[in-house]
Write a protein that binds this ligand. Structure first.
Ligand SMILES: N[C@@H](CCC(=O)N[C@@H](CS)C(=O)NCC(=O)O)C(=O)O
Length: 226
């Protein structure tokens, strides 16, 4: 099966969770909006209400939006989730929690509205980020640290946790320096995922976009811990 991923061409964003799964599995896929005329095709599907927002995946006639739903669909097909329904539901629930976490990361720099400039919500962003770093980030990290099974088979959830650590290190280097000491299993999991041969090749390739100030993980020093 040839998969077509639709996502904003200049961002890691939520699309990256899907890219990591496809890349780790060595799946045949196209990152459509990064191809000539692909961005217009994505806009046409959005205008036709085939999805509310990117990312979405096309597999033949099927179009699936929502990051967690895409991964739930792809998981067993890519060898990144077992076929067992109960285990799949557990993984899906974990991925949904990761997607909640992603929203909270995003809201540190855009707490009022995505449509407003960062500079126009700076005071709220500072307040939100401070509470995120003090309360929510330790809670999310602690939750996933407790669930790491060091030798367990890697699923799409572990790939997503790798991406969370990557993004948080970029966005909040000071805060993460302190917090990582308390979450050694997550740090070890990040290393383990990073070394997977196909993923390592992807991360070193031009297909892996750099973090930037348009994505979910943004580095504003004034929002980081001091
Ligand atoms: N819950 C959705 C959220 C999708 C989403 O917010 N996508 C962003 C980019 S990462 C977007 O393009 N949003 C446009 C909008 O919401 O109008 C998911 O996890 O995929």
């Amino acid at each position: 099966v040839k998969y077509e991923l639709f996502y904003w061409p200049e961002l890691q964003g939520r699309g990256e969770f899907v890219r990591l799964a496809l890349e780790d599995a060595g799946a045949s896929y196209t990152d459509v909006a990064r191809e000539p005329k692909g961005a217009a095709r994505m806009q046409r599907l959005l205008a036709a209400q085939r999805a509310f927002a990117p990312p979405f995946l096309q597999a033949g006639k099927l179009i699936i939006p929502q990051t967690a739903a895409i991964l739930h669909y792809l998981g067993p097909k890519l060898g990144l989730a077992p076929a067992n329904e109960a285990r799949r539901a557990e993984l899906h629930a974990k991925q949904l929690t990761i997607m909640d976490w992603v929203v909270e990361v995003h809201d540190t720099h855009h707490p009022i509205a995505s449509s407003l400039y960062y500079e126009d919500q700076l005071d709220e962003a500072k307040r939100r980020a401070q509470i995120f770093l003090a309360e929510r980030l330790p809670k999310f990290l602690g939750h996933f640290e407790a669930g790491v099974a060091p030798r367990a088979r890697i699923s799409y959830v572990e790939l997503s946790l790798f991406q969370m650590i990557e993004g948080l290190r970029y966005a909040f280097p000071q805060a993460m320096r302190k917090l990582e000491r308390k979450h050694p299993r997550l740090v070890a999991l990040h290393e383990r995922v990073q070394k997977r041969p196909r993923l390592a090749a992807y991360l070193g390739s031009e297909r892996r976009l750099a973090f930037n100030q348009g994505g979910i993980f943004r580095h504003y020093p004034e929002l980081d811990a001091h």
